[in-house]
Design a protein around this ligand. Sequence first.
Ligand SMILES: *[C@@H]1O[C@H](CO)[C@@H](O)[C@H](O)[C@H]1NC(C)=O
Ligand SMILES: *[C@@H]1O[C@H](CO)[C@@H](O)[C@H](O)[C@H]1NC(C)=O
Ligand SMILES: *[C@@H]1O[C@H](CO)[C@@H](O)[C@H](O)[C@H]1NC(C)=O
Ligand SMILES: *[C@@H]1O[C@H](CO)[C@@H](O)[C@H](O)[C@H]1NC(C)=O
Length: 182
Amino acid sequence: MFWKLRYVALILILGIPQPASSFNVDVENPMIFSGSQEDMFGYTVKQFENEERKWLLIGSPWEGQSKNRTGDVYKCPVLKTRNPECVKLNLAEFLTVPNITEVKENMTLGMSLASNPKAGFLTCGPLYSYKCGGLYYVAGACLNVSATFKVVNTIAPTVQGNAGQTSKIENTPSVINLLSSN
Ligand SMILES: *[C@@H]1O[C@H](CO)[C@@H](O)[C@H](O)[C@H]1NC(C)=O
Ligand SMILES: *[C@@H]1O[C@H](CO)[C@@H](O)[C@H](O)[C@H]1NC(C)=O
Ligand SMILES: *[C@@H]1O[C@H](CO)[C@@H](O)[C@H](O)[C@H]1NC(C)=O
Ligand SMILES: *[C@@H]1O[C@H](CO)[C@@H](O)[C@H](O)[C@H]1NC(C)=O
């Protein structure tokens, strides 16, 4: 079903942040963050703030086409300019679970984004998979990223056993539930 979702390019309209307020809609002076429609840039958007400044985190779950489509997340500074430049965080390589045959291609990293109340944020690739006994298991996995954009750890509660074992995944939906609860 996901594959059939229509993608609408991101045209985000945000106000210039005032010192005391957060994000306002301002149709007079919009800030526009643009990216590749093919990569589904803008599929997810999250406001984020660290000691440095205010940011927008923007998911691009099909980033990496055509060779290695893994997905990624961009950080976009909220500046008083019209077209602030976004920087790709290159998170896909850091999402990793030891001792399994990972399949990161098409994992759609950045498809969900959630602020972490303890600072930082979580982003997930619901279609992260691994190969085991000739079968593919779609497990989904998330990355815990610190407020300074450093990867803290990978969270993959539904990955079970090591490569070579054939244990079944019984609760695949839990990752998705975790994400949609935000
Ligand atoms: C695809 O990219 C991921 C993340 O950078 C990397 O871990 C993986 O090895 C790459 N796969 C291929 C087939 O190049
Ligand atoms: C991964 O496998 C290696 C060698 O088989 C082992 O030493 C290591 O403890 C394993 N790591 C985890 C996290 O299971
Ligand atoms: C990823 O998706 C593309 C396009 O649907 C497909 O051709 C490719 O085989 C997929 N890769 C994996 C590892 O599933
Ligand atoms: C994410 O990392 C923070 C440290 O930055 C830690 O406090 C928190 O427990 C981690 N969350 C998970 C779910 O691993």
